[in-house]
Each structure stands twice: as C-alpha cells, then as structure tokens.
Design a protein around this ligand. Structure first.
Ligand SMILES: Nc1ncnc2c1ncn2[C@@H]1O[C@H](COP(=O)(O)OP(=O)(O)OP(=O)(O)O)[C@@H](O)[C@H]1O
Ligand SMILES: [Mg+2]
Length: 206
C-alpha cells in the first residue's frame, strides 16, 4: 500500500504523517515513511539544491528535472522494493506535487509534465492520496507563525498558492478513487481522526 500526503505548503501533511505512523505501527503493520524531494542519499543532496536560498535564479524547468531525478531514485531505491516486501509506504509529497506546483502553479504544459512524471516514476501511482485542503492564506500563515525557516519554495506569491490549491482540487476530482480530500482547516486532532479512519478503511478494503 502506497499512500501519499499532498496539499499546499503548511496544510499539515507532515504533522498528520507523524501522527498516523505510530497508529499503524501499533497495529503491527510494517510502515516506512519518506519525503519528497529526498528520501534517499542522492535525493537528499538534490533536495538541498532545490531548497537553497542561493539558487533563486533556478528556472522552473531545471527545478522540475531536479524533482524528477530525486523521485526516480526514490521509486527505484525505496518505494518499489518496499511495496514488493508488503510494506506500507507513507510519502510526504509525490508526483502530484510537481503537477500542482509546476503545472498549475507555474502554468507549464501539463500534458508534457504528465509524460515526464510517468517516465520518472516508471508509472508508479499511489494507492491512496490524502489531499490536505486549506485556504492558501491560512496555510502560509501557519508555517510562519512557527518560526520555521522560510525556504526558497515559500518565496512565491499568494496567488501562486491559490493556483496550486485549485490544481490539487482539479486532480482530486479527476481521480476520485485514488484521492480523498481532507478539510485541513480544523484542529490537528480532528484531522488526525479522519486520516486514521480513511487509511484504515482503505487497508481493510484491500
Ligand atoms: N490543524 C492544524 N491547526 C493549526 N496548526 C497546524 C495544524 N496542522 C499543522 N499545524 C501547524 O502548521 C505548521 C505547518 O504544518 P506542517 O509542517 O505539518 O505542514 P506541511 O503541509 O507539512 O507543510 P510543508 O508543505 O511546508 O512541508 C506547523 O507549525 C504545524 O504545527
Ligand atoms: Mg511538510
């Protein structure tokens, strides 16, 4: 079972992944967590290039290819072998993030992007994608209030985040069997309950 956590910046993906992990482990399930970009030694090196404030001049195309390189490594090195071993993989962002940010956010050719993502992942799609949906301003404010480091990826206009959000919602509508939309504009505890319910339901069905 391959489960991805998607949604705009500050929507609570990492918080909820952290909360879900011990619940699944307590059930005796074999769970692995990973994140994008990164998740492998090579991927983490690529991640630091993507996040580096020095790299403000990085073009959207260069950025996409770096994300895809990191993802290709993650799929081959970690995700496919773990799935073959019967594990549950929780992934903090995956291919849909590229489509949302670079496709819908930056307005790049979504059909070409889809082909590139297919190439990078070898066509591997998640069994379940949790979309944490939150109004863009609320999400951005959350991250700042916590004194987290403002990274290059946050340094875009609010309008950009709105396009990203709407892109996610469009993708979710196009693949209703894979996506579950979670209203992320609630307390952490309320969201946690829904996440656990959603994942347990999916696990029991498969
Ligand atoms: N339901 C919530 N209500 C209020 N604050 C929250 C909630 N969920 C998470 N937060 C806080 O909002 C901030 C962002 O949460 P988190 O890092 O989990 O988001 P994220 O989706 O992983 O963001 P990013 O895309 O930047 O990695 C954190 O400070 C977190 O503690
Ligand atoms: Mg996060």
């Amino acid at each position: 079972m391959f489960i991805t956590f998607e949604g705009p910046d500050g929507s609570g993906k990492t918080t909820q992944l952290n909360g879900l992990m011990p619940v699944l482990e307590k059930q005796g399930l074999d769970v692995i967590r990973t994140r994008e970009p990164g998740g492998t030694e090579i991927g983490d090196q690529i991640r630091s290039v993507i996040m580096d404030m020095k790299n403000k001049s990085m073009t959207p195309r260069a950025e996409i290819l770096l994300f895809c390189a990191s993802r290709a490594q993650l799929v081959e090195e970690l995700i496919r072998p773990s799935l073959a071993a019967g594990k549950i993989i929780l992934c903090d962002r995956y291919a849909d993030s590229t489509m949302a940010y670079q496709g819908y956010g930056h307005g790049l050719d979504r059909e070409a992007l889809g082909q590139l993502l297919h190439f990078a992942t070898g066509g591997l799609k998640p069994d379940l994608t949790l979309l944490f949906d939150i109004p863009s301003e609320a999400g951005l404010r959350r991250r700042l209030s916590n004194h987290e480091e403002w990274n290059r990826m946050d340094d875009y206009a609010l309008q950009f985040h709105e396009r990203v959000r709407n892109g996610y919602l469009e993708m979710a509508a196009a693949e209703p069997d894979r996506y579950v939309i979670i209203n992320a504009d609630r307390s952490k505890e309320e969201i946690h309950k829904e996440v656990v319910l959603t994942v347990m339901r999916k696990l029991n069905r498969s």
